[in-house]
Design a protein around this ligand. Structure first.
Ligand code: UD1
Ligand code: UDP
Length: 373
């Protein structure tokens, strides 16, 4: 038997973890050896129902054994609180592996707590780099990768980045578990989501935008520029608003959050809605004319669903989406954003995200590595 302690806390981690949990259920259902027992710890980093519970329900993620409710405060405070609590959980539960995802404070806390207790860390979405250490995620990624024993890379660029940092042992290019998720949930969304009808949208005739990255939300000029650009687009722009961005808008641009802003002047293009479920998001992505985003996950999902992407950042970790011609990285300049949207793009396919088996491969590799622990 292998015991895996999974640490999650933020929206994109629920989606990634859902795929490995499904692989574990399938592995056990088939009676494959060894049996895998997964326990999930939710750090509580994201806590609103539409940022957390909805993903557990919709994606049938096993219920966490504990919620640490450590989701507020500055980075050090939040990470420190998680670290202390996760350490206790690892000691009590004594897993063979601690499994972490992505690059959030929850990722780093889980990885650090495990490494200090000499419990091996498996990192899904290892090796991504923006080469911008002002991003909190970049610090989290680098530190997590350097204490991980198994590093599951979604792309060859990620493998190469690890190699440049001297990390070659335990590195596996498995593809992207988010691609697995897109494959499965796009079909379900097509049957079940009513979001297009609910928002009165016609496929191919609206834009979808997300904005939550600290570099955009914490700089009022950048945020204003992005909103100006979104508002200059012809056609509705659906903006499912991350709570971080909502809090900032309440302070700087409260008029945008008034009900009239979704119906007409003075913000005619922009339709601000609450964060949506994954199934609704997939449906919105698939049918959008163009996606504008500063999200890592959403950039790739644009490609998965064959929709051009305009990235509202200065750099991207997902360089292959740019190289393949699906993604334009334009920053926060309103003119550049509008020009990029009008230019549109279609590109080549990207083989390195895999064939939809990344989650199963991750599990197989964890099982075989356990034999040599
Ligand atoms: C975090 C991750 C980021 C990831 C994003 C996914 C870090 C450093 N950042 O950013 O890498 O892309 O999650 O969405 O880990 N809030 C709520 N309700 C919630 C969740 C958050 O009100 O359910 C508020 C928090 O109280 C805080 C703000 O949103 O004021 C930001 O939350 P936080 O988890 O610190 O960072 P994110 O911007 O969500
Ligand atoms: N997402 C969602 N509902 C939303 C916005 C995003 O389900 O209202 C999904 C999106 O499809 C993607 C993931 O959340 O799978 C991305 O999370 P986020 O942008 O918060 O984080 P990042 O990927 O940038 O770390």
């Amino acid at each position: 038997m292998i015991r895996i302690l999974t640490i999650v806390g933020a929206r994109p981690q629920f989606i990634k973890a859902a795929m490995i949990s499904r692989a574990i259920v399938e592995h056990n259902r088939r009676g494959e050896n060894p049996t895998v027992v997964e326990e999930i710890i939710h750090t509580g980093q994201h806590y609103d129902a539409n940022m957390s519970d909805i993903f557990f329900q919709q994606m049938q993620i096993p219920e966490p054994v504990v919620n640490l409710q450590a989701g507020t405060g500055m980075h050090g405070e939040m990470t420190g609180r998680m670290l202390a609590q996760i350490e206790k959980e690892i000691v009590n539960r004594n897993p063979e592996w601690v499994l972490v995802y992505g690059d959030t404070n929850s990722t780093l806390a889980g990885a650090l707590a495990a490494a200090k207790l000499h419990v091996p860390v498996a990192h899904v979405e290892a090796g991504l780099r923006s080469f911008n250490k002002c991003m909190p995620e970049e610090i989290n990624r680098i530190l997590t990768d350097h204490v991980s024993s198994l590093l599951f890379c979604p792309t060859q660029a990620a493998v190469d980045s690890l190699s440049r940092e001297g990390i070659t042992r335990g590195v596996h290019h498995v593809g992207d578990v988010m691609y697995d998720a897109a494959q499965i949930f796009v079909k379900i969304a097509g049957h079940t989501s009513t979001i297009l009808r609910d928002l009165n949208l016609t496929p191919g005739e609206y834009y979808l935008a997300t904005v939550h990255r600290a570099e955009n939300t914490d700089d009022p000029d950048r945020l204003r520029n992005i909103l100006t650009a979104l508002n200059a687009l012809e056609g509705p722009v659906i903006l499912p608003l991350h709570p971080r961005t909502r809090k900032i808008l309440q302070g700087f641009f409260p008029s945008l959050l008034t009900p009239h802003s979704s119906q007409g002047t003075p913000h005619s293009s922009l339709h601000i809605v609450d964060p949506v479920s994954f199934l609704d998001m997939v449906e919105l992505e698939k049918n959008a004319r163009t996606i504008l985003t500063d999200s890592g996950g959403v950039q790739k999902e644009a490609y998965f669903h064959g929709v051009p992407c305009v990235t509202l950042r200065e750099e991207t970790e997902w360089v292959e989406t740019v190289q393949a011609g699906w993604n334009q990285v334009v920053g926060a300049d309103p003119e550049k954003i509008v020009v990029a949207v009008r230019r549109g793009l279609t590109g080549k396919s990207i083989a390195e995200y895999g064939q939809g088996n990344a989650s199963a491969d991750v599990l197989k590799l964890i099982c075989s590595a356990t034999a040599s622990l």
